[in-house]
Design a protein around this ligand. Structure first.
Ligand code: BG6
Length: 501
């Protein structure tokens, strides 16, 4: 049934952590959708690998349940499942045992014989980060990744937990693999609305002349979630909002907004342009951190009528935990284009609503020609890119209110993804898995990008580590975070922007 229109080479996908949450909610549903869209190679096979015991067919039933709950497509599941599922199997294995890797090598050989040609292999580390180096080393030792053109290894975040550990990990991987084999995922880069930033900026002549400190006053990035850590306490205790969201997703968004135009869409060209932004971001000295970064932790409370337990009461969290569930930072990109333009970023759990928003606020137009009363609601132009859950771009400008007087009012011009394309855009993991299969690393983090991003947040991590918070918990669920975050942006005369209801 799958008449693959693409000519992708046969591919075997091994998912370490095949019985885990990511495989269940994201990876298998994404592969299922790629199959429907005929983006999987004609010859493919998926192995989930894990410790969990499944009896015959139990794994497939489990995966099917995940797909029926989390795939963006639910129609004709039974029919499609019949042709999709024969190419999935489960390997119960101890990942520390040599036999596991010998078995994998045998499985590759059997498939290649069956297909009558060489296969590409993808090894997806959907496991606790501390296990990934061990697995990678065993893959290397068993020569499963010997051919750099045919084998790819995918790493989920976090990639390291600070600058030093990320560098060590890069060095280790560098001794075993070619950089082009390594795919470090930042799932934000797979989101349609994030990729569209490149189209918005570089496929339109309109914005580029205005895209600099000459016309842009400041930039805001909000990535807010309305849920708490929800049982992920033990992971989160080793992370915190700065590591979990700022070091990766948010700094990547800063790069997309601030980068120069690439001369081509070649992976390294785009990644070089982003790296330039990371290099230019001002490193705060430790004693500057308190003026430019704010942290918070939520107490117990309510969001949308649902009770949220305090972070420190979560399972796996120490009662007086100093770990931040909210972070806001002011950055500067010290280059010609962005001289003195502040980039305010904030992210938090248990906030008032789920909303990922980029706001580009332009400098105010001179008001001279209008009488003061005309412009009581005078507002600067603003471009708001809403990444999720609403997917839209809105441009605010001043309009004349109908009537005999010249009264001005800000209005929005809105481009809405759902109106234009329906609400069935590919999920980030579909795009990213497809890119790995195709061997396109554009949307993945290169070693130097990861390190540069750690370098930027390292002083903040250190300053916060040296001075434990004294006021945690300091914000209630259902709010926009601690008061200090308002003060951070208010000092420069601004407010955080939220989407109109
Ligand atoms: C992950 C973080 O990278 O991103 C999670 O580890 C967070 O803590 C998630 O909830 C948010 O992703 P999204 O796509 O829902 O914005």
């Amino acid at each position: 049934m799958n008449q693959s229109i693409n000519k992708l080479p046969p591919t075997i996908i091994f998912i370490f952590g095949g019985s885990g949450d990511l495989a269940y909610r994201k990876l298998l549903p994404a592969l299922y959708n790629l199959y429907i869209d005929k983006y999987l190679p004609e010859k493919y096979f998926i192995y989930g690998i894990g410790r969990t015991e499944f009896n015959e067919n139990e794994y497939l039933d489990y995966i099917k349940k995940g797909i029926s709950s989390f795939s963006r497509r639910k129609e004709n599941l039974e029919e499609i499942w019949k042709v999709f599922s024969p190419n999935i199997d489960y390997i119960k294995a101890d990942l520390e045992q040599e036999a596991t890797y010998k078995d994998m090598a045998d499985k590759v050989a059997v498939k290649e014989k069956e297909w009558g040609e060489k296969a590409n292999t993808m090894y997806y580390m959907s496991v606790a980060p501390q296990m990934a180096p061990m697995i990678a080393t065993k893959l290397h030792e068993h020569k499963l990744t010997e051919d750099p053109c045919r084998s790819r290894i995918v790493f989920e975040k976090p990639f390291g937990h600070d600058l030093k550990s990320a560098m060590d990990l890069n060095i280790l991987l560098g001794t075993m693999f070619k950089e082009e084999q390594i795919y470090r995922i930042d799932h934000y880069l797979g989101k349609e609305t994030v990729q569209n930033i490149l189209a918005l900026r570089f496929a339109n002549a309109l914005f580029e002349p205005l895209w600099s400190s000459h016309y842009i006053d400041h930039v805001q990035i909000t990535v807010a979630e309305d849920i708490g850590v929800e049982g992920r306490g033990s992971y989160y205790e080793g992370a915190g909002a700065l590591r979990d969201m700022v070091q990766n997703h948010i700094l990547q968004l800063v790069c997309m907004i601030a980068m120069e135009a690439p001369v081509s869409f070649a992976a390294d060209e785009i990644r070089n342009k982003k790296l330039d932004v990371l290099k230019a971001i001002r490193r705060w000295q430790k004693d500057e951190v308190h003026r430019n970064a704010v942290r918070g932790q939520y107490s117990e409370g309510w969001v949308h009528g649902k009770e949220i337990i305090a972070y420190h009461a979560e399972k796996g969290v120490t009662p007086a935990s100093p770990v931040e569930t909210f972070a806001a930072v002011k950055f500067y990109v010290d280059n010609w284009r962005w001289k003195d333009v502040p980039f305010f970023v904030r992210t938090g759990k248990a906030m008032q609503s789920k909303s990922s928003l980029i706001v580009i606020e332009f400098k105010p137009a001179p008001q001279f020609s209008f009488p003061a009363e005309a412009g009581e609601t005078w507002r600067p132009n603003r471009l708001v890119i809403s990444i999720q859950p609403q997917m839209n771009i809105r441009l605010r400008f001043q309009a004349k209110r109908p009537g005999p007087q010249m009264l001005l009012q800000p209005v929005d011009m809105v481009f809405n993804y759902t109106d234009a394309y329906g609400d069935n855009s590919p999920e980030a993991y579909e795009t990213l898995l497809e890119d790995v299969i195709e061997g396109n690393p554009t949307l993945f983090m290169r070693a130097d990008q990861v390190e540069m991003a750690w370098e930027i947040i390292q002083p903040i991590l250190e300053a916060w580590h040296t001075r434990p918070p004294v006021d945690f918990p300091n914000y209630e669920p259902g709010t926009w975070g601690p008061e200090d975050a308002e003060a951070l942006i208010a000092r420069d005369g601004y407010n955080w922007t939220t989407l109109p209801k």
